[in-house]
Design a protein around this ligand. Structure first.
Ligand code: NDP
Length: 395
């Protein structure tokens, strides 16, 4: 029997919801490109209910305990006296979400002597030291595709929020005002703008497909070029590098994983080459941007706006400058954890656990590292020498 340590964000301050705004969520039959949805043998939750917080426990606690496992669910993850630190040394499995990540550093992995499986309930496993996991032969898996479309929707929303300057306009309405001139002094139409997508993976491509009908001019960069027919369909211009891309655009959206190559990429030097008054929306990882360089670019007017929902670290401290910098439309890391997304990654987490308990293979698209090496999605996204994903064909 295993000990499963589940780190989740706290329940709402008003308590676990007794009811919901909607009675159900739409049934999605498959992901784009025909990729199969999570297929656990059963689920112990109602799709559309809050699952990502402690009381929701990803719908796993009752099932795991019935199976005889020991389950610890906590939101207390920081500091030497936290529940996470105390329970880690004899945990076999650690589960957390990128929105409230249980940072598994090399030092923590060294102390977690029994640890065999780390699951990211969601997408993006950079909160686990993957080299240390490889060195120990720990399996790391995530629920690929579970919230990609939700993040793409959030991206499109934030592009519009910035370009049209929604935040200020809404505040004027809330405050009882009607000063149109104040409301529109920084408001533009997105139509006709040049939008550049950094990394055209699952989310990047979903953003391209959703922004195309706005009549924008689309371009992108990625390590591998998309098929010619896809580029043609969406009128995409390819650039060899992000340096080339950012010189030619008004709006940049960021969808690369956080790796040694992408950490700190949006720095003073790069921002200085962007068109004055450009916008950035980064729902990928906060550390891809140099925190203070973004603040400087907004203050100088180089950037007209910055949005996204990812920070470094998470949760961000109350005095993080991105909370108060000018012309930001930041959200706390929510794009991938809508109630709809939670239902999919909770089901995917259960599928991974079922496979692991049975000794059955975990789907390659969920695998990041296994058996001491990058595998599946991990071989594609995180390895130093990326493997081209044959399955990653444009829809
Ligand atoms: P994918 O693996 O489908 O796409 C990532 C893309 O990034 C791939 O096309 C890959 O290129 C490209 N890439 C990787 N490194 C580089 C680089 N150095 N330069 C250029 N391109 C690069 O991932 P997803 O689209 O599903 O997710 C992307 C990221 O978004 C995740 O890693 C995660 O950090 C973040 N995310 C955020 C969420 C949120 O809630 N805000 C939720 C889900 C994900 P290629 O394939 O050509 O090798």
């Amino acid at each position: 029997m295993a000990k499963i340590l589940i780190v989740l964000y706290p329940d709402p301050v008003t308590g676990y919801p007794p009811d919901y705004a909607r009675d159900s969520i739409p049934v999605i039959k498959e992901y784009p490109g025909g990729v199969a949805l999570p297929s656990p043998k059963a689920i112990d939750f109602v799709p559309g209910h809050l699952l990502g917080s402690v009381s929701g426990n990803l719908g796993l606690k009752d099932w795991l305990e019935t199976e005889g496992h020991t389950v610890v669910v906590t939101d207390d993850k920081e500091g030497p006296d936290s529940v996470f630190e105390r329970e880690l040394p004899d945990a076999d499995v650690v589960i957390s979400q990128p929105f409230w990540p249980a940072y598994l550093t090399a030092e923590r992995i060294a102390r977690a002597e029994k640890l065999q499986l780390v699951i990211t309930a969601g997408i993006g496993s950079d909160h686990t030291d993957l080299n240390a996991a490889n060195a120990r032969g720990i399996t790391v898996a995530e629920v690929t595709y579970s919230n990609s479309i939700g993040v793409a929707e959030h991206t499109v929303m934030q592009v519009l929020v910035l370009v049209r300057d929604f935040v200020k306009q809404h505040q004027i309405a809330v405050d009882g005002g009607w000063n149109i001139a104040d409301a529109v002094e920084r408001s533009y139409d997105l139509e006709g703008m040049r939008v550049g997508v950094f990394a055209a993976g699952r989310i990047g491509r979903a953003v391209i497909e959703r922004l195309a009908p706005f009549g924008v001019r689309l371009s992108y960069t990625d390590r591998f070029r998309l098929p010619a027919e896809y580029e043609e369909k969406y009128g995409l211009t390819f650039h060899e590098s992000i340096e080339e891309l950012v010189k030619e655009i008004d709006v940049l959206t960021v969808h690369a994983p956080l790796t040694d190559e992408t950490r700190g990429l949006l720095n003073d030097e790069l921002l200085a080459t962007m068109t004055r008054g450009a916008y950035i929306v980064n729902p990928a990882r906060g550390a891809i941007a140099d925190r203070d360089a973004i603040v400087r670019a907004l203050e100088s007017g180089r950037l007209a706006g910055y949005a996204g929902d990812v920070w470094d670290p998470q949760p961000a401290p109350a005095d993080h400058p991105w909370r108060t910098m000018p012309h930001n439309a930041m959200t706390t890391h929510t794009s991938g954890t809508s109630l709809s997304g939670q239902a999919r990654y909770a089901a995917g987490t259960r599928e991974i656990l079922e496979n692991w308990f049975e000794g059955a293979p975990i789907r390659p698209e969920y695998l990041i590292v296994e058996g001491g090496a990058y595998q599946g999605t991990g071989a594609h996204s995180y390895a130093k020498q990326p493997v081209h994903a044959d399955e990653q064909q444009a829809s």
